[in-house]
Design a protein around this ligand. Structure first.
Ligand code: 4AD
Ligand code: MG
Length: 499
């Protein structure tokens, strides 16, 4: 009977067939260990000489990495084996024999891996991230569907900007310019007046000139929008929502989080309430003594980490020079790849620390928080932080002015903890016709493009608001992946689109 690796537990003692690809294989001449990958998991298959024909034994021994085949055998529990089960092989059928698979356990740079993303998707890391992405997206839909929200599909081709005009992608629409959607928010506000609680979820496009680890030019965003809600209500919705997504990933993907080495205890701590700071308080933190001390302690810790990693690298490199078994050599090679990328990360942090400390100390009220400011605030917290009430001058035209202090708007960013930074941006929307019109004009936008949007403030205007959560940034935070390009199957970045 053909089964999937994820169901092996139900077939202990029985003969079954798996279909998949060779992930790794080694042979002692008498016994072969084939790690099979079938898309649902990994399973070590033990092929003993004498238990199958010599001809088949030899053929299997010569199969390269990523050859495809079916393997039949008897399932046994083996806690020391990957996945906890093994297959004592009784038969096999080769489907496609492969040689020279380009991605091997030896070191590959990120550029090489991105160029080979069509194949690299099969790697354990990409597979784990893909599984977590699936859960995150399912949890997003489940949360809103179960909480009375109606899904509204907003358009991708747009006549005017929803966010900064500088990041618009222009499309030739029968000789006229249109733009790829930067947000579904403005259309969603129309729908909120029709359905009360709504959300949209789709690809979002921004011609971001910044080549950072947090920016893609095509990313996925989910945006809820609610009629009759204030800032406190939005924060509560956002913290319940993010806590639910985290709990679902912990429930469905613990083995993947473990494989990725992400922080399970840290994620288990993600429960409401999250921290709340105003922008002004955030500024006081950034320029305060506590931050200066924190940054100094951080550089000491980073240097210690660097030492530890370098020592381990030297140890492994030394081992590689000697006579060691092939499987040990491959294992060491894989560890070296991981260590070298950790070392790169630590070196970047060491280089950035003084720059970030300087930027924080130079914080000026009125400017948007920079990526490094967000990093510092979020490093100082073990749970997500809401930063609210940003200066009006630094923010989008649609954000509602605080009626008790017209220098600030009723908005928030949610910063993921431990240095990750912004994953959500949201606000209460300006619901007064005259103030909104003035804001559109102040931002140099054409009011004629926003007639329909202004209409919402003419016909039954109500307090309302919403937010947008970036899917890739959320996954990067949950998986501990430093760069969001690893959190979408086929990333689009400013400098390169590979596949
Ligand atoms: O803060 P942003 O720009 O907010 C909006 O677009 C609002 N219209 C949302 C709303 O209120 N309905 O973007 C929201 C989130 C960010 O916090 C971030 O997670 C993600 O979208 N994001 C990006 N992710 C990857 N690459 C980029 N270039 C991103 N730009 C924003
Ligand atoms: Mg933002």
């Amino acid at each position: 009977m053909k089964i999937y690796i994820e169901n092996l537990a139900n077939f202990v003692g029985r003969e079954i067939t798996l279909a998949g690809w060779i992930y790794q294989a080694r042979s002692s001449g008498k016994i072969q260990f084939i790690i099979l990958r079938d898309g649902t998991g990994l399973c070590q298959c033990i092929v003993e000489k004498g238990k199958i024909s010599n001809d088949l034994f030899n053929k299997l021994e010569h199969l390269g990495q990523e050859s495809s085949l079916t393997i039949t055998g008897v399932v046994r529990a083996e806690p020391r084996s990957v996945g906890g089960y093994e297959l004592a092989v009784t038969n096999a059928q080769i489907i496609h024999s492969t040689t020279d698979y380009p991605i091997t356990p030896k070191e590959h740079g990120i550029d090489f891996l991105l160029k080979h993303r069509h194949l690299h998707l099969r790697s354990s890391r990409q597979w784990c991230i893909g599984k977590i992405r699936h859960t995150v997206i399912d949890a997003i839909r489940r949360f809103f569907n179960d909480n009375g929200f109606t899904l509204i599909d907003t358009p991708i081709l747009m006549a005017a900007a929803g966010e900064e005009e500088q990041t618009l992608f222009e499309v030739d629409y029968f000789g006229e310019p249109l733009y790829l959607s930067q947000t579904g928010q403005l259309h969603l506000e129309c729908a909120a007046a029709a359905f009360g609680k709504v959300y949209c979820f789709g690809p979002t496009f921004r011609a971001e000139k910044s080549k950072t680890r947090r920016h893609l030019t095509e990313f996925w965003m989910v945006e809820p929008e609610v009629a009759f809600i204030d800032l406190d209500g939005l924060l509560e919705l956002a913290e319940n929502f993010v806590s639910y997504v985290v709990s679902r990933v912990l429930q469905d993907n613990k083995p993947q989080i473990e494989t990725l080495g992400a922080d399970i205890a840290g994620l288990e701590n993600i429960k409401p309430p999250f921290y709340r700071l105003t922008y002004t308080e955030a500024g006081e933190i950034l320029t305060g003594e506590k931050t200066a001390k924190f940054m100094a302690e951080q550089i000491t810790q980073l240097n210690q980490q660097k030492d530890t990693i370098e020592k381990r690298i030297a140890e492994l490199e030394n081992e590689q020079k000697g006579q060691i078994k092939q499987w040990k050599r491959d294992k060491n090679a894989a560890e070296l790849i991981a260590l070298r990328s950790d070392l790169d990360e630590v070196n970047i942090k060491i280089e950035n620390n003084p720059k970030h400390a300087k930027l924080a100390a130079e914080f000026q009220w009125g400017k948007d928080l920079g990526g490094s400011d967000e990093t510092i605030i979020s490093q100082m917290h073990d749970k997500p932080v809401f930063v609210t009430h940003y200066p009006k001058v630094a923010k989008a035209f649609y954000m509602k002015t605080d009626r008790t202090n017209d220098k600030v708007v009723l908005n928030f960013d949610m910063l993921a903890p431990n240095g990750f930074g912004e994953i959500i941006g949201g606000s209460v929307r300006e619901d007064d016709y005259d103030i909104l019109l003035k804001r559109i004009e102040e931002k140099g936008l054409k009011p004629a493009n926003y007639d329909w949007y202004l209409d919402l403030r003419k016909f039954g205007s109500v307090p309302h608001g919403g937010f947008g959560l970036g899917v890739e940034r959320t996954i990067a935070w949950l998986t501990g992946e430093p760069h969001i390009r690893q959190c979408i199957p086929f990333p689009r970045m400013m400098d390169k689109v590979y596949i």
